[in-house]
Design a protein around this ligand. Structure first.
Ligand code: NDP
Length: 314
């Protein structure tokens, strides 16, 4: 166990964390990046990324994150394959403890721990991950042109994903566990009016099947009632849209969060409710959740931290 000081501690290593690392290291702040449970973030689970500017031919998610990482290291960011488990933001400098009990005393902290898509918890979701199972229609929808897909969920995200996929796919099933859509009126109406979207109300997914990827899903209607029935749908893609969970539990209530658990930032800045602590990427973004948006806020967080340090150093 050790104790060390840093000017900038970056927690998380997705596009936001590494971009913050690139900017902070170029400003000669020698940032320390803790990569966290999923080094590289959600993009490590994606296959091809075609919407990140600068890659006209597209790029594999893990390859792009390698580039981000290498660029941060090039300018002197120190990257550690470990997890920050505890933080104490009650006084500056901040005291943070990693999984091995090492203590980091940080003048500023940038939280970039991202958000995780919720999954149903089916074994088949793991089995077919990257082979037909996805939690991001914008990322993967393109691969299902003229095919059949299903979206799970009845909220605004599910409707948005279904409508997006409906412009590409032949047919979209929307699997909704209740007998109504929780989404806003306007989204509900659009989904109901779309010719190639079929809403399966009162339905739950029991499992997926297929040889080398998803070929279909087993659906149970009216689960646990006398009318319960099981049937199959033929699909090539299975999209989860049952919400995201921001990774903020380690903060132990020390930063102000919104009703859904995302870190609140002040206006267009990355300042949080604690001076000297900044937030960037999906952990503070319930709306866009895109790699390029996360990278943008990572840049802003590093600039905010740099300015903060200039103003608070003697
Ligand atoms: P929501 O929490 O609003 O909806 C989640 C949906 O997933 C619900 O229909 C819920 O069902 C369903 N669900 C949850 N768990 C399961 C499960 N285990 N099995 C089956 N279904 C499940 O999340 P969203 O991501 O849709 O939206 C989050 C917030 O972001 C909302 O406030 C939304 O309005 C907002 N948003 C706004 C948009 C816009 O304005 N354009 C776009 C996207 C999001 P049930 O209803 O039965 O609980």
């Amino acid at each position: 166990m050790s104790e060390e000081k840093t000017k900038v501690l970056i927690i998380g290593s997705g596009p936001a964390g590494f971009t913050a690392g690139i900017y902070a290291s170029r400003a000669n702040l020698k940032p320390l990046i803790y990569e966290g449970i999923q080094p590289g973030g959600q993009l490590m689970q994606t296959t091809e990324i075609e919407n990140f500017p600068g890659y006209p031919e597209g790029v594999q998610g893990p390859e792009m994150m390698d580039h981000f990482r290498a660029q941060a290291m090039r300018f002197g960011a120190e990257i550690r394959s470990s997890v920050i488990e505890k933080v104490d933001f009650s006084q500056r400098p901040f005291r943070c403890v990693d999984e091995d009990g090492n203590v980091i005393i940080a003048d500023t902290v940038i939280v970039c721990t991202g958000a995780s898509a919720k999954y149903l918890g089916l074994a088949d979701e793991e089995k077919y991950r990257g082979m037909g199972v996805s939690a991001c229609a914008t990322c993967d929808g393109f691969f299902y042109r003229k095919k059949n897909v299903a979206v799970v969920g009845g909220g605004d995200t599910a409707c948005e994903e279904a409508l997006y996929l409906a412009t590409l796919a032949k047919k979209v099933y929307l699997i909704v566990r209740k007998d109504y859509l929780r989404a806003s009126d306007v989204m509900r109406k659009r989904v109901q009016e779309a010719e190639n979207i079929e809403i399966l109300f009162n339905c739950n997914t029991a499992g997926l099947f297929g040889e080398d990827g998803v070929e279909g899903a087993r659906i149970i209607r009216y689960k646990g009632t006398p009318q319960e029935e099981e049937f199959k749908i033929d699909i090539d893609g299975f999209f989860l849209a049952i919400g995201h969970r921001p990774n903020t539990s380690f903060l132990d209530g020390q930063l102000e969060l919104d009703g859904e658990g995302y870190i609140k930032v002040k206006g267009a800045t990355t300042h949080t409710s604690v001076e000297g602590v900044f937030a960037a990427g999906d952990v503070a973004d319930p709306r866009y959740r895109q790699a390029i948006a996360a990278a943008g806020t990572g840049c802003r967080a590093a600039l905010d931290a740099e300015k903060f340090l200039m103003e608070h150093e003697a």
